[in-house]
Design a protein around this ligand. Structure first.
Ligand code: ZN
Ligand code: ZN
Ligand code: ZN
Ligand code: ZN
Length: 413
């Protein structure tokens, strides 16, 4: 798998998401629906960057100044000699696809027949017959990259085409993987002020068991200042105890509300609200919630498979569920995909995921990219892009009410 150095690097870069944090991951998931899922990813907290280094390290705070400061330093000399890496600096590949029509075997085929490969979609990839009213060409269903005059030609060409076809299919898959889920899902937005809730959501919002809404602390506090202590969204009096809370959730579960089913799963997983801890039951509820559209449940299913909690451990399935969640904008799931790629030693794929989650406001991801940059495993441009995206995303979550709520809560500490 890894050689010694890259394994070390993997662990280092994966610092935010070490295997042991998977437990924390899922624990994060269970305290709250969308939010705790979000709380989950970052078990280790900030500050892992470059401990012994001259710069940066500490609080994990990152700034554009720092990018400038580090500008021009060769990789591995960013004040952290100990983190020199074996992996070469690689640029994150763009999602642009290479021109497969010019792949050698196809090109040769057409050249030998005097057909421009760029007109390949007009001719049978096997015999070169041009499409016409009489000759209807059909796409290769898998890659849609080449056409054939008939099944015989398709069959005859299969062996030659297989490699390019597979590659193209993989690229189409990747294209979707890295282009979908770039925006946070609806449940990440406060239904009152309509702003995205900062990550980690459970620290910045309150979950209402009456209406299954995640309300930002700015709106909660503003309502309370007006003397309104019921749910700030639906005005239902808040549940006074666990039994009432559970009853409220059950009511919504009976109505097949995916958020409620997901929450009940989390309650079972943790043994909350007076329920007997039951990972198997939690898993079943998450399956149902996911079926009904809960993105958080997809994430929790990924966690369950990853840890083998309530289900047979299956890392491939874990990745599948995280992928589904990430492609619908689930930020911690996206960061976990980055972590998985780090584990596999796929540096550039990892960076592509982390770049997405950083731009969605996930601090651990921007810190991970910073670490990678300082270790020479990411470019300055990548780090700068991640940082700028992170700062923009954070800015979008700010409001006067939220600032006031934060000041109020800080004062009470
Ligand atoms: Zn043909
Ligand atoms: Zn094909
Ligand atoms: Zn709000
Ligand atoms: Zn409510």
């Amino acid at each position: 798998m890894f050689d010694g150095t890259s394994a070390r690097q993997a662990r280092r870069i994966a610092g935010k998401y070490p295997k042991s944090s998977a437990a924390a991951l899922i624990l994060g998931t269970v305290t709250r629906p969308a939010a705790e899922a979000h709380g989950g990813v970052r078990a280790a907290g900030p500050g892992r960057a470059c401990r012994g280094g001259r710069r940066g390290g500490g609080g994990g705070d990152v700034s554009l100044d720092e990018v400038q400061e580090l500008d021009g330093r060769p990789p591995g000399e960013s004040g952290c000699a100990s983190r020199a890496l074996s992996l070469p600096v690689r640029t994150v590949r763009s999602t642009q696809l290479s021109d497969h029509l010019t792949s050698p075997d196809i090109t040769a085929k057409f050249e030998s027949r005097g057909v421009d490969p760029r007109d390949g979609d007009e001719a049978c990839a096997n015999c070169g017959k041009l499409g016409s009213d009489a000759v209807k060409l059909k796409n290769c269903n898998a890659c849609r990259l080449v056409k054939y005059c008939g099944v015989d030609c398709q069959r005859a060409h299969r062996k030659k085409h297989k490699k390019a076809c597979k590659q193209r299919v993989a690229e189409l898959k990747d294209e979707q993987l890295y282009s979908q889920g770039l925006e946070r899902p609806e449940g990440d937005f406060c239904p009152i002020c309509t702003l995205p809730i900062p990550l980690q959501m459970n620290e910045h919002s309150s979950f209402m068991t009456c209406c299954m809404k995640q309300i930002c602390l700015g709106c909660v506090l503003t309502a309370q200042k007006r003397g309104m202590f019921d749910c700030a969204f639906c005005r239902t009096p808040l549940a006074g105890n666990d039994a009432d809370r559970l009853a409220m959730i059950q009511t919504r579960v009976a109505k097949k509300d995916p958020i409620a089913i997901n929450i009940l799963g989390q309650n079972y997983f943790k043994g909350e609200l007076g329920l007997q801890k039951d990972a198997r039951k939690a898993f079943e509820l998450w399956e149902e919630a996911a079926e009904l559209g809960s993105i958080d449940a997809l994430f929790s299913l990924g966690n369950a498979y990853d840890l083998g909690e309530g289900v047979q451990q299956d890392k491939t399935k874990a990745a599948e569920f995280w992928t589904k969640a990430a492609m619908q904008g689930h930020v911690p799931a996206r960061a976990n995909l980055g972590w998985l790629e780090v584990e596999k030693g796929n540096n550039d794929r990892a960076l592509r995921h982390y770049l997405i989650s950083a731009k969605m406001g996930e601090r651990g991801s921007v810190e991970t990219i910073k670490e990678a940059f300082m270790a020479g495993a990411a470019t300055k441009e990548q780090y700068a892009e991640a940082l700028k995206g992170y700062q923009d995303a954070t800015q979008e979550t700010k409001s006067h009410d939220r600032d006031e709520a934060k000041a109020f809560l800080d004062n009470r500490k």
